[in-house]
Design a protein around this ligand. Structure first.
Ligand code: ATP
Ligand code: MG
Length: 575
């Protein structure tokens, strides 16, 4: 597509509480006025639209204050992490339009330093090796209403703890034999503070450090220290880490670190009719419910990209939804609205027929072909023109003809006249039926040569304008129509004994073969986006589209349910 035509500048995003906190910190000269944020994905899956919210927030707010954003792989749990995910995540962040420059980091690069910090905690009497089993630890922890109990191993000497921890690292124990715990308070009102586990034994090779380590730090231990090591000033995370903030601060204080990043939580993005949890997305991929991480029905950035979403549309959506502290669910219609707004501005128009019905123009010379001028974008003169061939044999959309038109059906019917976009007025004379199926298989029509361009010199009006293609020059294509992956508003909400996959929309994918496209589309490149007039926005599939064997995905229909909802609620689109 003509990506050179830039979309309109994104309006300035509304302010939000995180921006205000950072502005106040900068104004007060905290951290020397510097702002350093980070996006810290675990490489155990592909990024989804929820991550886009976090990426836009972290990169956006840092850029605003002249700061920088680190891309850090939070790779401290080797069991499900891989290089494939590391690569895919980088590709997705870049595609979204963000640049971490040379600030690419891996928590696994800090393993040695993290280990050192753990020994420091032991030496300060603030950590101990515990031999309780996982179940016992849980049981000793107590509940919200009942304080926990101290482990019998809690009061070992520093020397004994250091020796045991070193032996943990040296591989002298089996997985699960013991863990390193912080020595805080088993009666703390915040359960996270009841002597949380800092290190566990896991004999799983790591995709970067191989078998160098058989102990791995827990998220809570690794995250605050990684932030500290990198000089992060504002560590933005989702609300489920709210209770962990106390531990984040405790660890840094216990080690008396010179730099103390500030953790701030915001609400995660939830989107209707889809799931945004890596665990569930993995289930969809591994269970074969979709064709892969980049299936165009997936809410992953690679799936949205393949579907035809633009980075601008996703960034615009993230601006629109804003950043708040209250959990909510955003209607997927808003995401689609942002996409249409963007594509409407940029996508060149083309003619395509998805379910072809043959039309013969009886009074058109059999060997004649006219090249008729057509606008590439009706609202953008700079987009220029192309020509579309017109001949005696055409295709129109099957649903644009009714033998027995119901009231308000203004399209083609026997005896009726309609306009063919950029071409002529045609009148239907007769509908032929397939003798075997009884279905209408061809329309016999006449055209009025005086109406070239679609206007009648005598001023007579027609009520419908149809899209069409010329049969001999049209190219055949496969077109994939997508609908929401889930029927339920919130598919994550599942009844006892039910799988979330039970709510999958059985009609989320419809494959149409034998669609006909105007010849201009023969040169479409994979990923290129168009509006097929009257049908919606489509893009050439990045994986399967070939010149000579075109495959298009429907990105989104033209019907904008969000605009309707917003109009009904007066006062314009929702914030
Ligand atoms: P999931 O819940 O899908 O497994 P995660 O939080 O485990 O996601 P991470 O790789 O740890 O995935 O996420 C990287 C960053 O993205 C974290 O800072 C996390 O808070 C943020 N993030 C993840 N999901 C969302 C979401 N739905 N909305 C906003 N931010 C999110
Ligand atoms: Mg996580």
């Amino acid at each position: 597509m003509s990506d050179a035509r830039q979309s309109a500048p994104t309006p300035v995003a509304p302010s939000h509480f995180i921006r205000q906190i950072i502005a106040a910190d900068v104004a007060a000269g905290r951290n020397g006025g510097r702002v350093v944020t980070r996006f810290p994905p675990e490489p155990n899956g592909y990024l989804h639209i929820g991550h886009a919210k976090s990426i836009c927030l972290n990169f956006g707010v840092a850029a605003e204050f002249g700061g920088v954003t680190h891309l850090r792989f939070d790779d401290t749990d080797p069991s499900k992490e891989s290089r494939e995910y590391v690569e895919a995540i980088q590709e997705d962040v870049r595609w979204l339009g963000f640049d971490w420059k040379d600030k690419l980091f891996f928590a696994s690069d800090y393993f040695e330093r993290l280990y050192g910090f753990a020994e420091d905690l032991i030496r300060a009497g603030k950590a101990y090796v515990d031999h309780l089993s996982t179940e016992e630890i849980r049981e000793y922890r107590g509940t919200l209403t009942r304080p926990g109990r101290n482990s019998p191993y809690r009061d070992r000497s520093v020397e004994e703890n250091l020796d045991l921890f070193r032996r943990m690292r040296a591989g002298e124990f089996r997985d699960g034999d013991c863990v390193l715990r912080a020595r805080i308070d088993m009666a703390a009102p915040n359960l996270v503070m009841r002597d949380p586990t800092l290190y566990r034994i896991k004999r799983t090779p790591h995709y970067r450090t191989g078998t160098d380590w058989c102990i791995y730090p827990m998220y809570d231990f690794a995250h605050c220290l990684s932030d500290m090591i990198e000089g992060i000033t504002h560590s933005l995370c989702t609300l489920e880490f709210e209770n962990n903030r106390e531990l984040y601060d405790w660890i840094l204080a216990a080690l008396d670190t010179p730099h103390r990043p500030r953790q701030i939580e915001f609400a995660r993005l939830n989107l209707s009719r889809t799931v945004l949890s890596k665990r569930r997305l993995i289930e969809l991929v591994e269970g074969g419910f979709v064709s892969g991480w980049d299936d165009p029905r997936m809410p992953t950035l690679s799936g949205l990209r393949r579907r035809g979403y633009t980075p601008e549309a996703i960034r615009g959506f993230c601006d629109r939804i804003g950043v708040a502290r209250a959990d909510n669910r955003v209607d997927i219609a808003l995401l689609e609205h942002c996409l249409r707004e963007d594509l409407n501005r940029r996508a060149p128009r083309r003619l395509a027929v998805l379910r072809p019905l043959k039309v013969t123009i009886l009074n058109y010379p059999p060997d004649q072909v006219e090249e008729l001028p057509a606008l590439n974008h009706p609202e953008d003169p700079a987009a220029g023109r192309r020509t579309v061939p017109f001949s005696r044999e055409l295709f129109i959309e099957r649903e644009d003809f009714r033998e027995d038109p119901p009231p308000k059906f203004y399209r083609l019917a026997p005896g009726r006249e309609v306009r063919l976009r950029y071409a002529y007025l045609i009148r239907c004379v007769e509908a032929l039926r397939d003798p075997r199926t009884g279905e209408v298989c061809e329309l016999r029509c006449t055209y009025d040569p005086a109406t070239r361009g679609g206007e009648a010199p005598d001023g007579r009006r027609v009520k419908a304008t149809l899209h069409w293609v010329s049969a001999p020059q049209a190219i055949a294509a496969e077109v994939r129509l997508y609908d929401h992956l889930f029927l339920k508003e919130n598919p994550a909400e599942v009844a006892e004994g039910e799988e979330f996959t039970a709510a999958i929309n059985p009609h989320s994918l419809e494959v149409l073969r034998g669609c006909r496209l105007e010849p201009e589309l023969a040169s479409a490149a994979p990923g290129e986006r168009f509006q097929f007039e009257r049908l919606g926005y489509f893009c050439a599939d990045r994986r399967d589209h070939r010149p000579g064997a075109p495959v298009f995905n429907r990105t989104v229909t033209l019907r904008d349910t969000w605009a309707k909802i917003a109009a009904r609620q007066e006062g314009g689109p929702q914030r």
